[in-house]
Ligand binder design. Structure first.
Ligand code: DCP
Ligand code: CA
Ligand code: CA
Length: 606
C-alpha cells in the first residue's frame, strides 16, 4: 500500500521549452506555441510561465494572447505535408527518457510526450542500505515541497521544514516517509541530470502510487518537486475536486459528481463500498473505494518506447473533405508519415507493428475507429487498407461513390501491437514482407487468427494473398465464423475498442464501467472521456481543438438565434457538469460547456 516510491516527472511548458532551446532569443520571453495560425493568430497549445503571468492560457487564440501580452512571442508548430509535424517535440521527449534510463534500478514508464512514471523503490532501498539512516538530509532536497507542511514555515529558516519533517520521520522510524525523502533526493538528482543534459526544466511528484505522484507533481510548478506523504492525503482530499484525480476527469468523474453527489474526493471516501458496487462494476467500485483513501496498486510498467505510432489531420469548417479522392489523398499523406516513422522505429528498436487503427470524424460530430492487422510498411498498401476500413462510413457510396458524406473533419492512422522483429514472438509479421526460411510449423500454429482478424470489417482481404496457405485456411475459417456471428446478431461488426477509442457515442453507463487502472498505458481524455494512448494525446487533443475551432467558426457564421440552441448555458455551480444525453455523440455542442472547463482542468496548471 505505501511500500513503493513512485514518481511522475512532467516537463514544464514543454513545447515552449523545445522552441526556446532552438531559438535562444526566446529564453525568458513570454512565449506561446500556436497551431492553425491562419485564423485569429492561431490556437495556443503551450504557454511559457512568463506568458502565464499575463493571463495567457492554452486554448486561446494568438490574437487574444497578444491583447493580454503585447510582447508575447508566438511560435508556430512546424508543418510537413500540410500538417503539424510534432517530430521535434517527440524527439525532445525521447532525450529526457534517455537521461532517466541512465539511473539504474529505476523502472521507467514513458507515459506521454513529456511525462514519465518511475518506480524507484529499489534505488531507495539500496541507498538506504548503503548509507544507513543518514542517507538523506534537508540539503539533499532543496527544491522539494511537502504537502501538509505550511509554506511559511518552510521559508522561515532554510531547511527547517525538511529538517523537522525529516527529523521526525527518522526519529520516529516512519519508514514510509524516510523512503519518500530518499526518493525525493534521487529525483532532485534526476531533474538536475535532465537539465544538465538537455537544458529542459521539469517538475515532479513523489508519492506511493501513480495517482498520488501525478497529483503531487501539479501542486508546485515550474521547476519544483513535491512529496505527498500518505498522512497528508485525507486533508488534501477533503477539498480536492473528484475530477482532478487521474482517471476521473471524464465521464466517470461526472457520474460520481452527479449521481453520487460527491464534489470532493473526501465526499467519495464516505460512500460505502457496497453502494459503489451497486452503481459500478466490481473493479471500478473497488478502485474508487481505495483511491478515495489514496491507495492504488497500479504498477509502473517498464516502457520507454511508444506503444503506437500514429498521426492525424483535422479538416475544420470549410476544409472538411467531401470526396472519396480527397479522403484517399489524405490517408496517403498520413500513411507516408506513419510508414516513414515505422521504418525508423524498426531500425532503431528492432520491432514491427502488427496492428493498424484508423479513425474518422465527420461534420455531424460522430467519430469511429476501426482496427485490423497491419501487413506491411508500404504507404500505398496502408492507404488501401485504411480506405477499406472506413469505406462503410461513407453514406454516399450507393448514390455517388465519388463523394464522401457526411463530410470528414478528422482522419487519423495509428500503428501498434508491436512485436520483436527477430520473430521470437510468433507473429503474423514474420510472414510478411520477406521470405523467411526459418518459418516453422510451430509458428504457424501459434498465429492468433482472432488478433489477425478481429472483426469482419477490420480485415483487409488483400492481405490474404500474402499469407502462407495454412494461415490462409485459418483466416478463412475465422471469416466464416465471423460471418455466421454477424448473421445471427443484429448488431453487425463492431468498431474496435483499441487505438484512439471506441465509437464516440456510448452512454453514461458504458463510461461508468470503464476502469481507469485497467487501461494500462491509456489515459482518459477529459474532453470526450475516451481512453487513448497518452502518446496520441497531443494529436487527439489537437483534434478536439479543431472541433472547437470549427464550432466557433460556424457559430460566427450563424445568426444569434440559432447559437443559443447549441450552446449549453454554464451551470451556476462550478462543480456541476452538463448532463450528456444518452447516445449523444461526443463533440456535439451540448457537451461544449464541460469540454471547455476541462481544458484547464485536464492540464490543470495553466
Ligand atoms: N499539448 C498539445 N495540446 C494540448 C495539450 C498539450 O499539443 N491540448 C502539447 C503541448 C505541451 C505538451 O503537449 O507543451 C505537454 O502538455 P502538458 O499538459 O504537460 O503542458 P505543458 O508541458 O505545456 O505545461 P505544464 O508546465 O503545465 O506541464
Ligand atoms: Ca508538461
Ligand atoms: Ca504532461
Amino acid at each position: 500500500m505505501t511500500d513503493r516510491v513512485v514518481v511522475l516527472i512532467d516537463m514544464d511548458c514543454f513545447y515552449c521549452q523545445v522552441e526556446s532551446r532552438l531559438d535562444p532569443a526566446l529564453q525568458g520571453r513570454p512565449t506561446a506555441v500556436v497551431q492553425y495560425n491562419a485564423w485569429k493568430g492561431g490556437g495556443i497549445i503551450a504557454v511559457s510561465y512568463e506568458a502565464r503571468a499575463f493571463g495567457v492560457r492554452r486554448g486561446m487564440r494568438g490574437d487574444e494572447a497578444r491583447e493580454r501580452c503585447g510582447d508575447i512571442a508566438l511560435v508556430s508548430v512546424p508543418e510537413v505535408r500540410e500538417k503539424a509535424d510534432l517530430t521535434r517535440y517527440r524527439d525532445a521527449g525521447k532525450e529526457v527518457i534517455q537521461v532517466l534510463l541512465q539511473f539504474k534500478g529505476a523502472v521507467v514508464e514513458r507515459a506521454s510526450v513529456d511525462e514519465a512514471y518511475l518506480d524507484i523503490t529499489r534505488m531507495v532501498q539500496e541507498r538506504m542500505e548503503e548509507k544507513g539512516k543518514g542517507s538523506v538530509t534537508s540539503k539533499d532536497v532543496p527544491n522539494t515541497h511537502i504537502v501538509g507542511i505550511e509554506e511559511g514555515e518552510e521559508e522561515e529558516e532554510e531547511g527547517k521544514l525538511h529538517g523537522d519533517w525529516l527529523k521526525r520521520a527518522l526519529e520516529e522510524n516512519q519508514t514510509d516517509n524516510v523512503r519518500l525523502a530518499v526518493g525525493a533526493a534521487i529525483v532532485e538528482e534526476m531533474r538536475r541530470a535532465i537539465f544538465d543534459q538537455t537544458r529542459f526544466r521539469c517538475s515532479a511528484g513523489v508519492a506511493h502510487n501513480k495517482t498520488l505522484a501525478k497529483l503531487a507533481c501539479g501542486i508546485h510548478k515550474p521547476n519544483k518537486q513535491t512529496i505527498l506523504p500518505h498522512e497528508a492525503v485525507d486533508d488534501l482530499f477533503r477539498t480536492l475536486k473528484v475530477t482532478k484525480l487521474r482517471g476521473l476527469g471524464g465521464k466517470l468523474g461526472a457520474v460520481i459528481e452527479e449521481e453520487l453527489n460527491c464534489e470532493t474526493v473526501g465526499d467519495l471516501s464516505r460512500v460505502d463500498l457496497s453502494q459503489l458496487k451497486e452503481r459500478f462494476e466490481e473493479k471500478t467500485a473497488t478502485w474508487l473505494y481505495h483511491i478515495a483513501r489514496g491507495v492504488e496498486g497500479e504498477p509502473v510498467r517498464e516502457r520507454d518506447l511508444p506503444k503506437s505510432i500514429g498521426c492525424s489531420k483535422n479538416f475544420p469548417g470549410t476544409k472538411s473533405l467531401d470526396t472519396r479522392e480527397r479522403v484517399h489523398f489524405w490517408f496517403s499523406q498520413l500513411s507516408e508519415e506513419v510508414c516513414e516513422r515505422l521504418e525508423k522505429d524498426r531500425e532503431s528498436n528492432g520491432r514491427v507493428a502488427r496492428g493498424l487503427t484508423v479513425h474518422l470524424s465527420n461534420d455531424r460530430g460522430a467519430s469511429s475507429s476501426k482496427a485490423g492487422p497491419l501487413g506491411s510498411y508500404d504507404p500505398e498498401k496502408m492507404t488501401r487498407q485504411a480506405m477499406l476500413m472506413v469505406g462503410s462510413l461513407n453514406e454516399s457510396v450507393t448514390s455517388d461513390p465519388s463523394l464522401w458524406r457526411p463530410r470528414v473533419t478528422n482522419l487519423s492512422i495509428s500503428a501498434g501491437k508491436f512485436a520483436e522483429e527477430s520473430g521470437q514472438t510468433p507473429s503474423i509479421q514474420n510472414f510478411f514482407g520477406k521470405k523467411d526460411s526459418s518459418r516453422k510449423e510451430d509458428d504457424i500454429a501459434a498465429v492468433d487468427v482472432e488478433e489477425l482478424v478481429p472483426t469482419l470489417e477490420g480485415f483487409d482481404q488483400s492481405i490474404l494473398q500474402l499469407l502462407p496457405a495454412k494461415i490462409k485456411r485459418k483466416v478463412h475459417e475465422r471469416l466464416e465464423k465471423l460471418r455466421g456471428e454477424e448473421a445471427s446478431s443484429s448488431e453487425g461488426a463492431s468498431a474496435s475498442s483499441s487505438g484512439i477509442g471506441e465509437v464516440h457515442d456510448h452512454d453514461h453507463d458504458q463510461a461508468a464501467r470503464d476502469v481507469p487502472q485497467q487501461e494500462g498505458d491509456k489515459a482518459k481524455c477529459d474532453k470526450c472521456g475516451k481512453f487513448i494512448s497518452e502518446f496520441e494525446l497531443p494529436e487527439h487533443l489537437d483534434f478536439h481543438m479543431a472541433k472547437e475551432l470549427q464550432a466557433e467558426m460556424s457559430r460566427q457564421e450563424r445568426p444569434i438565434a440559432t447559437r443559443m440552441t447549441e450552446t449549453v448555458q454554464p451551470s451556476s455551480s462550478s462543480s456541476r457538469v452538463t448532463k450528456r444525453k444518452k447516445g449523444a455523440a461526443a463533440g456535439l455542442p451540448n457537451v461544449k460547456c464541460k469540454k471547455q472547463r476541462d481544458i484547464t482542468n485536464f492540464l490543470k496548471k495553466i
